[in-house]
Design a protein around this ligand. Structure first.
Ligand code: NAD
Length: 278
C-alpha cells in the first residue's frame, strides 16, 4: 500500500490509496468460510482466488458462488499451484495441523478459525513454527476487536476484575446431514466438546480482560442428552479458574437445556462491572 493523504484530497479511501490486490486462498469451504468469503467480496482490494476442501464439490460450490477460482483438495497442492498473499483456515477443530504447517512452510500469512486446535501439543508446535518464521497470523476471536470490549478493557486495567462468570447454554444438538457442523460437533474426538468449541470465545474474552488462567478445576455432566446417534460429548461443564490478575472465574457450557439458554459473560471489578451477551 502506498500514498499519503493530501489535505484537500476528498476522494474515497480506496481511491486515495494505491492498493495491490490481495490474493486470498481458503482451506475449508464450509459454513463459516462462506461468511468470510462474503465479507471479503465487499473489500475491493481483496480477491478469493483459490478454494481448498477435502470435499471438492464444496470447494467448487464456493468458487462458483464467489466469482470463480482454482479448487484443490489439499493445502499443499493449493500453496504450490497459486501465489497467495493470505490464507483463511476455516477447518473444524480435529482437522487443524497440516494446513497451518503448509502455510508456515510456504511463508503465507494466515487467519485461523477458533478453536485454533483440539490438541494443546499440536497448537504449541504450530505456534513455535510461526514464531520461528516470524509469520503474520490471526485467530478468529473477534470479541477482542469489539468497541465495547475494549472500553471495558480500559476500565479494568485501572480496576482489575475480581470475579467473572460466563459461558454458553444451548439446546440438545440435532444432527442434520444438510449441515455438516452438526455431525462433527457432537463427537468428542472431532470438536473437543462444547466447552472447547463454543466457550473458547468466553475463555478468550476472559484471558483478554483478566490475564492467563493459573489453576483450573472442572466437573462434567453426561447422560442427560439421550438417543442422539454419534453423540459422546459432555452435556454440561462447570469450571472454576484462578486468573493471573488474582481474580477468580466460573465458566460453564451446557448443550442440554431446551427451556432456556444464552451466551453471556459478566465481569466485576471493585468499582466497575461489565456484562456481555450474545
Ligand atoms: N468465529 C466464529 O464466531 C465462528 C462461527 C462459526 C464457526 N466457527 C468455527 O469455524 C470452524 C469451521 O466451522 P464450519 O461451520 O465452517 O464447519 P463446516 O463443517 O461447515 O465446514 C468445515 C469444512 O472443512 C472441510 N474440511 C474438513 N477437513 C478438511 C481438511 N483436512 N482440509 C480441507 N478441508 C477440510 C469440510 O469438508 C467442510 O467443508 C469451526 O471450528 C467453528 O467453531 C467460528
Amino acid at each position: 500500500m502506498a500514498g499519503h493523504r493530501r489535505e484537500n484530497d476528498r476522494r474515497p479511501r480506496e481511491a486515495r490509496c494505491q492498493v495491490a490486490k490481495l490474493n486470498v486462498g481458503f482451506i475449508g469451504c464450509g459454513g463459516i468460510a462462506g461468511a468470510h468469503m462474503d465479507a471479503l467480496s465487499r473489500i475491493p482490494s481483496a480477491k478469493v482466488v483459490a478454494f481448498c476442501d477435502v470435499d471438492l464439490e464444496r470447494a467448487q460450490k464456493r468458487a462458483d458462488q464467489f466469482g470463480g477460482g482454482k479448487v484443490f483438495q489439499t493445502p499443499s497442492e493449493m500453496l504450490e499451484a497459486v501465489k497467495l498473499d493470505a490464507v483463511w483456515i476455516c477447518l473444524p477443530p480435529f482437522a487443524h495441523g497440516a494446513a497451518e504447517m503448509a502455510c508456515v512452510e510456504a511463508g503465507v500469512p494466515f487467519m485461523v478459525e477458533k478453536p485454533i486446535n483440539r490438541s494443546l501439543q499440536q497448537a504449541r508446535r504450530i505456534a513455535d513454527a510461526i514464531a520461528q518464521k516470524g509469520l503474520l497470523t490471526a485467530a478468529a476471536y473477534m470479541n477482542r476487536y469489539r468497541k465495547g470490549v475494549n472500553q471495558a478493557k480500559a476500565l479494568f486495567e485501572e480496576d482489575p476484575p475480581v470475579l467473572a462468570m460466563g459461558g454458553w447454554i444451548g439446546g440438545t444438538p440435532r444432527p442434520d446431514p444438510a449441515h455438516p457442523i452438526t455431525l462433527w460437533w457432537i463427537q468428542k474426538d472431532k470438536s473437543g466438546g462444547q466447552f472447547i468449541e463454543q466457550v473458547t470465545h468466553t475463555a478468550d474474552l476472559l484471558r483478554y480482560l483478566c490475564g492467563e488462567a493459573m489453576q483450573v478445576s472442572a466437573f462434567a455432566a453426561t447422560g442427560f442428552n439421550k438417543d442422539i446417534p454419534g453423540y459422546n460429548i459432555e452435556d454440561a461443564v462447570a469450571a472454576t479458574v484462578k486468573m493471573s490478575n488474582g481474580g477468580v472465574a466460573l465458566l460453564y457450557s451446557c448443550c442440554a437445556s431446551n427451556a432456556r439458554g444464552g451466551v453471556a459473560l459478566s465481569v466485576y471489578g471493585v468499582r466497575h462491572a461489565a456484562e456481555f451477551t450474545g
